[in-house]
Design a protein around this ligand. Sequence first.
Ligand SMILES: *Cc1c(COP(=O)(O)O)cnc(C)c1O
Length: 441
Amino acid sequence: MGMADDGGLLLPEEIPDVSGFLDEWRSLSYVELAKKVMRCYTDLHEGTLSLLVEQSYSTFRHPEITPVAQVGDLNILELFHGPTLAFKDVALQFLGNLFEHLLSGSGDRLNILAATSGDTGSAAIHGVRGKDRISIFVMHPHNRTSRIQELQMTTVLDENVHNIAIQGTFDDCQAIMKTIFRDLEFKAAHSLGTVNSINWARIVAQVVYYFYSAFRVMERTGASKVRFSVPTGNFGDIFAGYLAYRMGLPIGKLILATNENDILARFFDTGEYSLSDVRATISPSMDIQVASNFERYLYYLIGEDPGRLSEMMSEFVENGRLEIDQFSGKDVAGIFAAGSGDTAGTLDTIRRLLAEHEYLVDPHTAVGVQVGSRHLDPAEPMICLATAHPAKFSKAILDATGGDLAHHPIIDGLADLPSRCNVLPGSVDEVRKYLGSLAIG
Ligand SMILES: *Cc1c(COP(=O)(O)O)cnc(C)c1O
């Protein structure tokens, strides 16, 4: 379930306190730890959860799933060893298996409709490819994603995967999606669902690597607390970090890093959350103005008052701005620090890490490193989340270093694979017709 029935987001009634278990969890493998963390938020049968977790992370290419690399003073948490080489795999591999399990229990079918400007689409496709009872329809703007992003989607030939290239922009794709979802009759008739970043199961899956990496770094350094720097778009990843903190993981600071689209960084500076235009940057997965998970954080910030939150969100929809002059939960705001990184600084960070440590980061990761480096504290080692493999953004690497240095066999092999995609005009009716003819039911 994405949204709650009243249009709000879902949260647990209580955040579990696991501080008494930290010693027991410290030495667990990623998969065993994931079972413990997710167990806090689900009533799935023990054996079922185990199987789903094992199945979800068997597709990762690194035995540690999310290993931590030591790079100078920094610890880089590599979240890009999944099938599409981006951190979204950590959540979407799990979500695909979870959906399949739930559907096999109920006998239902699910048709997933998604709009993507790049990364989410391919991670979602790889999460559900080949699954019974699920079909996925992903719209991307025709010829407006990177060639690599397009191929990562269109070279998946499973029968249940339908790529739609819309003759229009990403905004057109999103508008089509919204209109179709507002048609409740059509939605029900075709069991339409989403996998967007407000899905609670995605957040829960992301909590795990905060625990896993903090344990590794505390063990190596002897420190009793760590900091995290998180390149942020929709506030999903960093919200998972906030949950880990509230569950009792000793986190000293959560550093929220944005690119030039800095609505979130400005909020933490001024208390004002106000929209401006989206600017295209070299870290496109963070080119976002309305951060869909921010509402979850606001709930805690204003002292867990759902009525007031609902008023605030309506005000934001109406005026494009929100001001919070009084943080009722100061301790909530206190764990965060925020900042933005610009393109020159991001390119410079890529260049510097390569020159000083022979370590290549992608531009999203570089934004996090850039902002995180302003918040170093010797007593609290810094863990920077690496959200994509550099080979996915080889153009930025070339611009930064002057060399064609970013490669991965998966990416390099894409151009030779057969692909399948349907080009449709940017019209709701055409997409509706296409969906209607191919949806499983
Ligand atoms: C989605 C994405 C982000 C932003 O994550 P949020 O959960 O939206 O904050 C950062 N980097 C990469 C590579 C991404 O794909």
